[in-house]
Design a protein around this ligand. Structure first.
Ligand SMILES: NC(=O)c1ccc[n+]([C@@H]2O[C@H](COP(=O)([O-])OP(=O)(O)OC[C@H]3O[C@@H](n4cnc5c(N)ncnc54)[C@H](OP(=O)(O)O)[C@@H]3O)[C@@H](O)[C@H]2O)c1
Length: 265
């Protein structure tokens, strides 16, 4: 089961996993785009399906998982991939936007996992992969709401890892830097822009997911440069924060000068 299969990483994953023999049940809100994914997925996996579902709505998620279990009997792998992004100073971000991000990026994964888990526990097997982000490891300026949702996802995932491992169920998180998808369509030009050496392709991320399904690692951070930065933050937090502050300070919105998305100089 893959959430957010109508675009980007989720679509790539649906096609790749179907080609590797999986029956894929994908979801998203855009029925037209789900149909496009389904067309490609069914070339190699004729039983696969796509279901219209907003993961931020617990009732819709209940209905979707009940249908998947009724049709296929079980979910072996749940990939919580659906997500939205933003890049805006916190003080300029309205509460509705913040709530929406938390509902989709964090609670969406919670709802799907809550529905799928009982059948995994009953079988003593399963794997839950959560599509997090480098923004779930490092707090980034102008992304407070997004970072909050991904830090929540990571803490929740680590907790679940310990709870579920003894029951035979694996939990993994994938933390990529910026990925070239439609994700940033509304804020691609806002600052600070993503450094190119932190960027990865949707294919690389999809390969990382396939890899954790085999090696059962808890965490993969991509690319290597981001993994290094995340490790630096863990081991030398004060040094890392001082360096990050120098990089970010031009983008902070000052009360007297609130136009500011900074000039980056
Ligand atoms: N692209 C990046 O720079 C980047 C970097 C790090 C991590 N990530 C993470 O990777 C994941 C996938 O992102 P992407 O880059 O593939 O973005 P994308 O191309 O915009 O795809 C996002 C997917 O999530 C679905 N989605 C969004 N809201 C949903 C909702 N309420 N209910 C159900 N589905 C929903 C979208 O489908 P509908 O619109 O049809 O609902 C779409 O299929 C996200 O969790 C994101 O946070 C992305």
């Amino acid at each position: 089961m893959i959430t957010g299969a109508s675009s980007g990483i989720g679509k790539r994953l649906a096609i790749d996993l179907a080609a590797r023999g999986a029956i894929v049940a994908g979801c998203g809100r855009s029925i037209a785009r789900l149909k496009e994914t389904l067309k490609e997925v069914r070339r190699t996996s004729p039983s696969s399906t796509m279901i219209g579902c907003d993961v931020s709505d617990a009732e819709q998620v209940q209905g979707m998982v009940a249908k998947i279990i009724a049709d296929f009997g079980k979910v072996d792998v749940l990939i919580n991939n659906a997500g939205i992004g933003m890049r805006k100073p916190f003080i300029e971000t309205d509460l509705r936007t913040i709530e929406n991000i938390i509902r989709i990026n964090y609670l969406g994964a919670v709802y799907c996992t809550h529905e799928v888990l009982p059948s995994m526990i009953a079988r003593g097997a399963g794997h839950i992969v959560n599509l997090s982000s480098g923004a779930g490891l490092i707090g980034t300026v102008n992304m407070a709401a997004y970072c909050g949702s991904k830090f929540a996802l990571n803490g929740w995932s680590e907790s679940l890892y310990h709870e579920l491992k003894p029951l035979g169920i694996n939990v993994s998180i994938i933390c990529p830097g910026p990925v070239e998808t439609e994700f940033a369509r509304d804020f691609r030009d806002s600052k600070p822009k993503a450094p190119p050496n932190l960027t990865v392709s949707a294919d690389t991320v999809a390969n990382a997911v396939t890899k954790v399904l085999e090696n059962k690692r808890f965490e993969i951070v991509l690319p290597r440069w981001l993994a290094f930065m995340s490790s630096l933050r863990r081991h030398l937090p004060n040094l890392f924060r001082a360096l990050a502050q120098r990089r970010f300070r031009n983008y902070v919105v000052l009360p007297a000068k609130s136009s500011g998305d900074g000039d980056g100089k």
